[in-house]
Design a protein around this ligand. Structure first.
Ligand SMILES: Nc1ncnc2c1ncn2[C@@H]1O[C@H](COP(=O)(O)OP(=O)(O)OP(=O)(O)O)[C@@H](O)[C@H]1O
Length: 248
């Protein structure tokens, strides 16, 4: 089942073209890594897809009512703002607002518990979210997105600020969500993590999709040089490729 369908998306911000002719689809079972240089438009593409930014072209999500969209897709934005001194449990419960009853029925409580467990936040659930470390807050916000229990998750640099163990746990969680039949689109800067965990990579650069396919077909010398002006040294290990970016 197709969860995200973008056709010919174009975005202009302050008279500057940011994206042009971007088409992309994502089916249930896929964990798609969105890679590309700083400023390539990864966040812009997610915001346009969700209908949060004016754009040309067609996005299946942007066409939905806000209520339907909130049950179709959860979104972890790049800025991890927590506005109020709520407990972690209450923060995660906000993910249940789109569902009937708005948050505290048995199904809601089960979804909140599941999300807290999957992010390993059991010991934090009564703590004030604002008093957690940056990485802990990040995990609490991922848990909120998970509690929303949507078929599709859009996550903007979900592994940013996480320690190595938590980065692996985060990527493994998204891979597992895809295996369970959801779809995940996440922007990722760590090419090795992207190669190890994503089922597909989309390389955004020069305002367009430069490549879209299995990690091995996207992480080529020619494409990486064109997009990032780097070369990579790659060593294949039993745990997946080790990818070292180096100057050209
Ligand atoms: N509010 C804004 N007004 C005008 N231009 C913006 C605005 N936000 C972002 N841009 C521009 O849009 C372009 C794409 O930004 P975007 O944040 O989508 O990139 P990105 O690929 O997510 O980058 P990063 O890897 O640094 O997070 C950049 O050139 C940026 O300067």
């Amino acid at each position: 089942m197709m969860l995200l369908s973008l056709t010919d998306i174009a975005v202009t911000r302050r008279n500057r073209p940011i994206l042009h002719g971007v088409s992309l689809s994502l089916a249930a079972g896929e964990f798609v890594g969105l890679i590309g240089p700083n400023g390539a438009g990864k966040s812009t593409l997610m915001e346009a897809a969700l209908g949060l930014l004016p754009h040309e072209g067609r996005s299946n999500l942007a066409q939905m009512s806000a209520a339907d969209r909130a049950r179709a897709a959860a979104y972890l934005p790049q800025t991890r703002d927590i506005a109020w001194p709520v407990s972690v449990e209450d923060l995660v419960a906000l993910g249940r607002i789109p569902w009937p009853g708005g948050g505290r029925g048995p199904a809601d409580l089960a979804a909140i518990d599941r999300a807290i467990d999957r992010l390993g936040l059991q010991d934090f659930r009564k703590r004030t979210a604002l008093r957690l470390s940056g990485g802990e807050q990040n995990r609490a916000l991922i848990a909120r997105a998970l509690a929303q229990d949507t078929p599709l998750l859009l996550a903007d640099e979900p592994a940013a600020g996480l320690d190595p163990a938590q980065q692996l746990a985060c990527m493994a969680l998204f891979r597992d969500l895809a295996r369970e039949g959801r779809g995940v689109l996440a922007s990722v800067h760590d090419l090795a993590l992207a190669a190890r965990y994503c089922t597909r990579l989309v390389l955004l650069a020069e305002r367009q999709v430069l490549a879209d396919g299995p990690p091995d077909e996207v992480l080529t010398d020619a494409l990486l040089h064109r997009a990032f002006a780097i070369r990579i040294r790659r060593i294949d290990t039993p745990d997946g490729p080790a990818i070292l970016p180096v100057q050209p």
